[in-house]
Design a protein around this ligand. Structure first.
Ligand code: ADP
Length: 309
């Protein structure tokens, strides 16, 4: 079963700007799917259309088999959206915010109270239930947005930059939570600027660039496509002549720091064997980028070259 099926989706804003140029996208039930792209690529527009916040110009959207044009209410019931901006009433208390949301979906009051309690406990903000939402920290506000999005037990959860501005510790605990609900059956679509987040959570990935899907694949396949890994090496001593090592490109950053791109088919062990033979001692090494980040930058750059930007 497909959780989301987008065909030839186009969005032209009132000012004539074409934000989506006929995109196709499938997300399967149970998937954890990353939608990536630079600012202005069209991610929020696509998500906004699926969540009925933005009107499409043409194309079709189906969510768990329901057509957005023919059964918009059924589509809405399937979706829990966590938008980037906090959009709850700052003066309403935490519990009421979640209960009212259940009301929008026609959930009876008794059940709504029960669901609100479950969601707030899941997100670990049950003890804040009587506080006005404006009193919460940024991280707690994020968790309130997630609790609210889950109150009607959506089959598809859409997270738009869910951990923006969240400290690293809370980000990790949110990741664990997303993994848990995904394992329990909720399909998740995530947009994020933290490519590490996509790499560690998602099984499939689509990259949007200037309103077009330029990559749509599984995460493993994508990472295998990256041909180079970049390392930063700290050397024990300054090396006068930079060696020529096949399959490696060495860039001198500083007296004792090199940035080395190693082709995957060469392998990092070749680099170290050669440095060892040349008696060049390495005192530290780290990956310059995570692999997805590196791939993403290359892909977007190659598209820029193609269209001559
Ligand atoms: P992303 O979420 O990937 O950052 P958006 O979907 O928000 O991208 O925006 C895609 C493009 O559409 C951007 O160039 C943006 O300026 C434009 N855009 C977004 N909303 C509107 C609007 N209401 N009117 C006109 N242009 C818009």
């Amino acid at each position: 079963m497909k959780a989301l099926e987008i065909k030839q989706l186009e969005k032209c804003y009132g000012n004539g700007f074409v934000a989506l140029k006929g995109i196709d996208l499938d997300v399967h039930e149970g998937d954890f799917f990353a939608l990536l792209g630079a600012n202005g690529a069209g991610k929020s527009t696509a998500i906004g259309i699926v969540a009925s916040l933005v009107n499409k110009t043409s194309g079709s959207v189906r969510v768990f088999g329901h057509d957005l044009d023919k059964e918009p209410e059924a589509v809405k019931r399937c979706i829990g959206l966590v938008p980037q901006e906090f959009n709850f009433n700052q003066f309403e208390n935490v519990f009421d915010i979640v209960v009212s949301q259940a009301g929008y979906y026609g959930i009876a009051r008794g059940k709504a109270l029960e669901r609100a309690e479950i969601c707030l406990k899941q997100l670990d903000i049950w003890d804040k239930r009587a506080e006005a939402s404006r009193m919460l920290s940024g991280g707690m506000k994020r968790r309130l947005m997630i609790a609210r999005a889950l109150v009607h037990e959506p089959k598809l959860l859409i997270l738009d930059e869910p951990t923006a501005g969240v400290d690293i510790e809370m980000r990790r605990s949110m990741w664990a939570f997303f993994k848990k609900i995904n394992a329990a059956g909720t399909t998740i679509i995530l947009t994020t600027h933290y490519l590490e987040e996509a790499e560690s959570l998602c099984r499939h990935i689509a990259i949007i660039n200037k309103g077009e899907v330029i990559e749509n694949t599984d995460m493993k396949g994508l990472l295998e496509k990256s041909v180079e890994e970049v390392f930063v090496l700290n050397l024990e001593n300054h090396v006068e002549k930079v060696p020529d090592i096949p399959g490696c490109t060495i860039c001198v950053v500083d007296e004792t720091i090199w940035q080395v791109s190693v082709r995957k088919d060469t392998g990092v062990h070749t680099l170290f064997n050669e440095l060892n033979n040349l008696n060049i001692k390495v005192t530290g090494i780290r990956n310059e980028f995570n692999r997805l980040e590196q791939f993403f930058l290359k892909l977007v750059e190659s598209k820029k070259d193609e269209i001559g930007v």
